[in-house]
Design a protein around this ligand. Structure first.
Ligand code: PDD
Length: 284
């Protein structure tokens, strides 16, 4: 039986009932996190915790027990007997249940907290030879830095991409590449690793942060400077990053090959260093 967390209690997953007036249900008024369990340890749960706090603060959602995030996550892994398996913990906080109104409930109601742990197969498995990505005009809102549960543009575009055989949909805003539907994206141009700077146009990925660190440790020059669509022809390597897939090589942007259309050497080097950083969390 799967055990999940709901409003202070660990319950059988199928016994959880969420109010139809929950603002997450009515307005997508909430935030989430996905943290990865590597057969025995979480990878940078502190980073995910800090991002959750920030998302809550930006949306003015108050959760009095936000310090308990890592404890709940670990308990879910243990209670579901996932200690020695690869797993993901999904964690969601919404503003809570209140009669439908465009203003926030006043006084505030208790937020709804929901979390579950699941065994998973890394999204990158079988993709060692790289993926092709689809490019799409950015159609998301102006605060992509908040890990909001309002993901319709993301799911719409990713589904379209998957149906056409692409491994990710990458958004293009005013000619510049921002990020993927559920990943950040990196490019190698003239030996320099480039990615969109942290801003309201992208989510500050935890994997992105460690990838930048890994590249610098490899002695690779990194520039947080957006890449323009027109520069894609000069790209020698590219890859996407996220919690569930770590680093996945990108070998084409639609009909444009990335470099020679094969995963590149710097990508391999950076991924190797990234794995070392992941393993360092096992010893903390
Ligand atoms: N998504 N950008 C977007 C829009 C994302 O949704 C994600 C992660 C990332 C990468 O963030 P991180 O490295 O912290 O996972 C970037 C998760 C995996 C999801 O929605 O399932």
């Amino acid at each position: 039986m799967n055990i999940s967390f709901f409003n202070g209690k660990f319950l059988p997953h199928n016994k959880i009932c969420i109010s139809p007036e929950d603002r997450g249900f009515l307005f997508a008024d909430g935030v989430y996190e996905v943290v990865r369990w590597y057969n025995g340890f979480f990878f940078d749960i502190e980073g995910h915790h800090a991002r959750l706090r920030r998302s809550l603060r930006e949306l003015k959602i108050k959760w009095g027990e936000e310090d308990s995030f890592p404890v709940i996550a670990e308990k879910l892994v243990k209670m579901n007997h996932l200690d020695d398996k690869p797993a993901l913990v999904y964690f969601q906080v919404t503003r809570g249940a209140a009669p439908r109104s465009h203003t926030f409930p006043s006084p505030p109601v208790n937020p709804t907290i929901f979390a579950f742990a699941r065994p998973f197969t890394p999204e990158s498995s079988g993709k060692e030879n790289g993926i092709s990505v689809m490019l799409r005009k950015e159609l998301r809102w102006g605060r992509c830095d908040i890990k909001s549960i309002a993901l319709l543009p993301n799911t719409l575009c990713f589904t379209e991409a998957a149906e056409q055989g692409y491994g990710e949909c990458i958004f293009v805003k005013d000619g510049f590449i921002t990020e993927g539907s559920h990943s950040n994206i990196f490019f190698v141009i003239d030996g320099v690793l480039r990615t969109h700077p942290e801003s309201e146009s992208i989510l500050s990925g935890i994997t992105r942060k460690h990838t930048i660190n890994a590249a610098m440790k490899c002695g690779i020059r990194v520039e947080e400077r957006a890449v323009h669509e027109k520069e894609l022809l000069q790209v020698s390597e590219s890859f996407i990053t996220n919690t569930s897939a770590e680093i996945t090589p990108v070998i084409a942007f639609g009909s444009i090959p990335a470099g020679n259309g094969k995963p590149g050497p710097l990508t391999g080097q950076i991924h190797k260093k990234f794995r070392e950083i992941v393993e360092s969390y096992a010893r903390r």
